[in-house]
Design a protein around this ligand. Structure first.
Ligand SMILES: Cc1ncc(COP(=O)(O)O)c(C=O)c1O
Length: 444
């Protein structure tokens, strides 16, 4: 494909904006049609965990769809059963016994919202429908998930279709939306949930939803250790369900199987996507407590499936990916390599435009500012993050663009768990050069 042909690529997005085609991918690298190797420091969209080019998931997919190309989701198939068994045995908190699958993160979050609603309708509490989310969050691109999300730019065009649901403040100590300082604040941001429930009418609230560690909206922001236990306590006390969106953080990304393990909190509904299949098949998952599903089942109802819910090929590919993760102890590796990468990134800590390096495991964020002393961000028109990503591609690494609100420029890192010291060296070197070159271009 010529650069002109690539630019004509008829996809409804900015695909084609890059003057190259990705011909294939191998390990932690994307390889362009003209043979350039680009380190995939973002694991695509923080998806790739076992790395690119493994043969087992594709082989499992081919075998599964050759055996059964399609069976309606309520039918058990060996591949569905195998994946559910593996998840329950080796991955999920034991309380989360009920499992369903979709084709990705947005669909899974959408299904979780429906599950919450069906739970309360079936339990004889039909007034409960409001799902409280947080500002500066992202839960997907369907209308329902945009409705519970707090990514203003992504919501803006759809405002007429989005319900006016309450939003709790983000737990973002560096830019505390309440202007407080931890620990003196005594977790005022968590207590806001209590206040919002009262303001919304406690009998109308069904659930609270958040990402345990923020995704690309503000870039790998970790809450203080007592935040999640406090949130879980409020949800319990107020009789609302807790949904944890682990689409980005799940399946080892933060150095634990799920980020919830950092704080010992088990939600009522857990949602995953990306890492479940490491990019080898479109699949997401919803995992719920028996107590969430029991009233729905007792009412003779069920969660409506999508045609591709629990697709046999996707289940087989995901099972093969998780098998590799288990055999090669990749969750432990993500924790270890994450520490190494984090330590090496310290070299950027004194960079005049780096205000914070944060995250857990292999989900890391580097926040960039114009003035470190005052924390002033670059003006929006500067497009700093896009320029860092473009410079990174030129120097040989792909970084994930993040940031919004008080942190408009954040580079998000989420490489495959299989990276080693040579990739870490390359990543840090390219990132440092890309930031300096982008800042220079902006200031020129
Ligand atoms: C936390 C979170 N939830 C939901 C989604 C939506 O997932 P998908 O893009 O697979 O639909 C994303 C995607 O980035 C995410 O990061």
């Amino acid at each position: 494909m010529s650069a002109e042909e690539v630019a004509q690529y008829p996809f409804i997005s900015r695909a084609g904006a890059q003057p190259f085609t990705i011909a294939r991918a191998e390990g932690a690298y994307l390889i362009t049609a003209d043979g350039r190797r680009i380190l995939d420091a973002a694991g695509g969209a923080i998806v790739s965990n076992i790395g690119h080019g493994r043969t087992e998931p594709g082989a499992a997919y081919a075998r599964a769809v050759t055996e059964t190309s399609f069976a309606v989701p309520p039918f058990a198939t060996p591949d569905r059963v195998r994946l559910v068994d593996r998840l329950r045995k080796n991955w999920l908190p034991e309380e989360l016994t009920r499992v369903s699958f979709t084709s990705g993160g947005s669909e899974s979050m959408d299904a979780a919202i429906r599950l919450v609603r069906q739970h309360f309708v079936s339990s004889g509490q039909p007034k409960r429908w409001k799902v409280i989310g947080r500002n500066l969050s992202y839960h997907g691109a369907t209308l329902a998930t945009l409705g519970i999300g707090g990514h203003e730019k992504r919501r803006a065009a759809f405002a007429p279709w989005l319900p006016d649901l309450p939003k709790a403040p983000a737990c973002f100590c560096t830019h505390c939306p309440l202007g407080r300082t931890y620990p003196d604040c005594a977790l005022a941001c968590a207590d806001e949930l209590d206040r919002l429930i009262d303001a919304a009418g406690p009998e109308s609230v069904a659930a609270f939803v958040a990402e345990p560690i923020s995704g690309s909206t503000i870039g790998a922001v970790c809450p203080p250790d007592d935040y999640w236990p406090r949130i879980a306590e409020i949800c319990r006390d107020r009789g609302i369900l807790l949904i944890m969106d682990e689409v980005m953080t799940g399946f080892g990304r933060t150095g634990k199987r799920f980020a919830l393990e950092h704080w010992g909190v088990v939600p009522d509904i857990l949602v995953s996507g990306k890492g479940l299949s490491g990019g080898y098949a479109p699949i997401g998952g919803i995992y719920a407590r028996e107590s969430v599903v029991a009233p729905i089942a007792a009412a003779g109802d069920e969660l409506m499936f999508f045609t591709y819910t629990a697709h046999t090929g996707a289940c087989a590919a995901a099972d093969a990916v998780l098998d590799i993760m288990e055999r090669e102890k990749l969750v432990e590796r993500a924790a270890r390599v994450g520490h190494e990468l984090r330590a090496r990134l310290e070299k950027l800590a004194d960079h005049p435009n780096v205000s914070e390096i944060r995250g857990r495991g292999l989900l890391l964020g580097i926040e960039l500012v114009q003035d470190r002393a005052t924390g002033t961000p670059f003006p929006k028109e500067a497009g700093l993050t896009s320029k860092v990503v473009a410079a990174g591609l030129e120097y040989g690494a792909f970084f994930y663009p993040g940031g919004s609100g008080p942190a408009p420029d954040v580079i998000v890192l989420g490489p495959a768990f299989t990276i080693g010291t040579p990739e870490i060296d390359l990543l840090v070197d390219v990132l440092e050069r890309a930031i300096s070159s982008a800042v220079e271009r902006v200031q020129r």
